[in-house]
Ligand binder design. Sequence first.
Ligand SMILES: *Cc1c(COP(=O)(O)O)cnc(C)c1O
Length: 456
Amino acid sequence: MHDFYYKGTKLYCESIAVEELVQKAGTPLYIYSQKTILENIRRLQTAMAPVEPHLCYAVKANASLGILRLMAQQGIGFDVVSSGELNKVKYAGGQTQLCVFAGVGKTEIEIDNALELGVYAFNVESIPELERINRLAKKKNKKAPVAIRVNPNVDAKTHAKITTGTYENKFGIAFEEVESLYQKAHFNYKNIHLKGVQIHIGSQLTTVSPFEKAMEKMAPLVASLKEKYGIEFFSIGGGLGIAYEQALESGSARWWQNEGKDFASPEKLADALIPFLKPLFTSGIKILMEPGRFIMGNAGILATRVEYVKQTGKKNFVIVDAAMNDLIRPALYESYHQIIPLEKTRVEKTFTADIVGPVCESADTFGLNREISQVKEGDLLAIMSAGAYGITMASNYNGRAIPAEILVNNTNADYLRTRESIQATWHCEGIPEWLLGNKEMLPPEESGVCPHGKDC
Ligand SMILES: *Cc1c(COP(=O)(O)O)cnc(C)c1O
């Protein structure tokens, strides 16, 4: 469920017509519903309540400052994958002590930084990383809190590019090696505190059975690690999928996530996992979850304007002003996004078209062979379910500015991010001195000095 719906012929976000926002802020424009974000959090917490889950929001899904602040206000923690994310969480008002730090390539600088700031745990993905953390913690005379990320070798049955829990993937430590590694770490790594254990088998899982399979393997391991080494927590990762394809609820204007019978909802996840997790919880293990997409995905849309309708004889192309640099998911994962008009016409005339962006790549598409309303130049469309892995993956490719983002809260709306200026798209760049020739070619304030200040 989300709070984008038609009121009369117009698409609304909570109590505001999307068109109104577009008129103020232009397109392409990301728009999020705060109510939907909060409802998604509550839904997860309610379903999993028997094991009192500690949510660590996966920052990479959407890392905008205002979103991080909203999460911090809910008292939830964060799953970060870089120093950049960790410091941004702190800047946004989040507590680093509630952060788990994941990622296969943590640098020495990043580990030092996390040791200084103090994180809840490092989720460690390899033996060399464990050795590195031990060595750096020793230098600081600290004990680093650590969880081993276990690769349970369970196929998440999702897109290959977002599968992470099989031995074909770079993530985690093989299930069979985990017990002996804890033993080794316990005896040999004096500056490691073995605090927990973690899994994350993939993203956009649409059935619960892979979660269940992973849990069957993990539950006895977690119990044993608690017994032997006194670990305190078990993080079951993120990965809960969302319905990208949605249907209008009959007789109403609400869009329903098309969760079929077997779709992996929080309630079904709870039904499958709580039998495994409850005994661990009762024995004193804290249960962590790292949801990203589930919280943000359906809480955001990308509004875009039709620039041209091009008919080639073979095909119809609807060319919009959003592109793969704004939302790369279709190009990267061949993912589906529903595309609907901001204004429904009374007599809906449809045609079949490819909805594409202006970027010079054939992958720059949002939907292929879609039956959509017969739009024309200037019409406005919403690319649905764009709240997760949208803006965080945006780039300046083709000289395009990062789009603006707006958060809606009932009748209020405000910027999370203003549209990047064209000048800002090259603000960290410079011209090598020997190519500069006449220095007056560059305006003085931009020659070698970053207008954004230091560290750029
Ligand atoms: C990306 C990621 C998540 C979040 O995944 P979602 O599918 O967005 O829920 C959680 N944990 C880790 C370690 C991740 O890398």
